[in-house]
Design a protein around this ligand. Sequence first.
Ligand SMILES: Cc1cc2nc3c(=O)[nH]c(=O)nc-3n(C[C@H](O)[C@H](O)[C@H](O)COP(=O)(O)OP(=O)(O)OC[C@H]3O[C@@H](n4cnc5c(N)ncnc54)[C@H](O)[C@@H]3O)c2cc1C
Length: 386
Amino acid sequence: MIREMVRDFVKEEVEPQALEYDRDEKFNLELFRKLGDYGLLGITVSEDFGGANMDATAVAIVNEELSYSDPGFCLAYLAHSQLTVNNLAYNGSEEQKLRYLPGLCSGELVGCMAMSEPDYGTDVLGMATTATLQEDGNWCINGRKMWITNGVIDEDGTPADIVWLYARTGTTERGRPELSTFIIEKGMPGYKSGQKIIDKLGMRASNTAELVFEDCIVPAANLVGEPGSSIHHMMRNLEIERVALAAQAIGISRRCLADMSRYAGEREAFGKPIQQFGQMQRHIGESWAEYRAMRAYVYETCRVMDLETGGQRLDSDGVKLFATTAAKNIADRAIQVMGGYGYVGEYVVERLWRDAKLLEIGGGTLESHQKNITRDLAKNPDPIED
Ligand SMILES: Cc1cc2nc3c(=O)[nH]c(=O)nc-3n(C[C@H](O)[C@H](O)[C@H](O)COP(=O)(O)OP(=O)(O)OC[C@H]3O[C@@H](n4cnc5c(N)ncnc54)[C@H](O)[C@@H]3O)c2cc1C
């Protein structure tokens, strides 16, 4: 039912605007808020807080369907619903959930998650943003966050309403960074947006921005959990993020396959449809097999995924590692099959190729997935023989 509902919505409302918003590098805030009317913005949130109370499979379906037409718009959805809202729903206090989730689920508030920094991406634990406890019990935050999807929500540079922010609050006895999470609200003194990052290769329908925290004063009530307790929930939320990004790859792949397959049947060269040429058959045949393989792997991972407990890092990294590169390759083949037409915006696949590239970087680079998988298997090789 959810697939049907989102598919109809995408056909009627997402597809018609996708080309324009990519070209203009604009985020469609009005359309985004409509996702709230459909219950999609709080898809994994309990109904008590205005959510739809669904699971990882539903998350994958929504991300797949939105990405069939507009992966950039979908990335803004993902940053809000999976990176911010899901995180809050599973880790926030009852008071924090009551305060923020209804607005985030309806679309009245737009959220973002700020982990990366100008000098720290993959090496996330090295982050330089600090939060210092003040004598009056408030926290004072200083630092800059970089590459934040939904960091600004419009062309005037209005910052996100809610930031799920990671900052360093100390160092453990073993010399490891102690990370804590804070909920920052628009209007808090010292929180502002920096530059909107323009001229991105892809995902241009989502806004990416720098966020600046200069002596930003945050009340104790906006600390999530205990100080220093964030690494665990940060890692757990990365699992659903990676699965959602892999689901984006499925949507991109399905669209590319549909378009290249149809085109290869219609386009003639040397007096016959190009689908009769072996080299075109290789592009379509290999794309089909890779699409089916990623689909099975992503939805199987969702089937066993428990958003409460986590523990699926091996496969959340695995699906993202496999599906994202496969999607990029499938989009590349779609352009090749469509020749010069595939190279222009109106035929969509060039945009999907540009968007697919981000999936190899955001939410963890390919290399970080290779590192995690190798580490996890070295620690526990049982999944290999299961
Ligand atoms: C469009 C877009 C949207 C984004 N949205 C968000 C967001 O909403 N929130 C957020 O917090 N971040 C966001 N990011 C940031 C993204 O998560 C980072 O770009 C990513 O984690 C990589 O970090 P980096 O860019 O600093 O690259 P680096 O970490 O500096 O990596 C550079 C290269 O070095 C490699 N490398 C680094 N360490 C190792 C290692 N140990 N072994 C092997 N190779 C290594 C990397 O794989 C990569 O190839 C976004 C990025 C983009 C481009």
